[in-house]
Design a protein around this ligand. Structure first.
Ligand SMILES: [Zn+2]
Length: 180
């Protein structure tokens, strides 16, 4: 990024901040030559994402629908609405970068779980119970064991390739995503 003061092409980043609910990144930069400080904004190029539902129907990815599903799972967990909006924006950004134009509702569900795992165990289990259609207490116990067994925090910038492949193979309902 060229310095607006001396046109030098190298600068260092002093601070990066997420703005507009995660849709853009604001960076404070300092020119390596003249020390002039300036601000740049980075945003994701918009790519429309198509969701393939379990019944094979296609629909446009609907951020507010996904947010509603997540908000339900996060009631009384202390996670702010604002935080959830950022989370959904991050998920949308992931989808746009990783899958191009099409993504199954299963993949979205598993992606949400990876994010919720970092935020709240309660929200994680609640979302999983709806999304994976838990049949009984055993499903809850297995999910909790699963949580305990993996204490590694997931870096949101490096979503696990294997987990996504596994997600595709799982029989999972799309009720969370379709809002039914
Ligand atoms: Zn400069």
């Amino acid at each position: 990024m060229q310095c607006p003061n001396c046109q030098h092409s190298d600068s260092r980043v002093l601070e990066s901040r997420s703005t507009e609910a995660g849709q853009s990144i604001r960076r404070r930069r300092e020119c390596l030559r003249c020390k002039h400080r300036f601000t740049t904004y980075e945003r994701i190029e918009f790519v429309p994402v198509t969701v393939i539902k379990r019944d094979g129907k296609r629909e446009s990815f609907d951020r507010s629908k996904l947010l509603r599903g997540i908000v339900r799972s996060c009631e009384k967990t202390g996670i702010s609405q604002r935080r959830l909006e950022v989370l959904v924006a991050e998920i949308e950004a992931q989808l746009q970068q990783r899958f191009g134009r099409e993504v199954t509702s299963n993949e979205i569900g598993e992606l949400v779980l990876q994010y919720l795992r970092e935020e709240s165990e309660v929200a994680y289990v609640r979302f999983a119970s709806v999304y994976r259609k838990f049949q009984g207490i055993r499903d809850f116990v297995e999910t909790l064991d699963d949580l305990k067994g993996d204490t590694t925090l997931i870096d949101s910038s490096t979503i696990n390739e294997t987990a996504l492949t596994e997600a595709q193979e799982k029989e999972t309902p799309a009720s969370v995503m379709t809002g039914s």
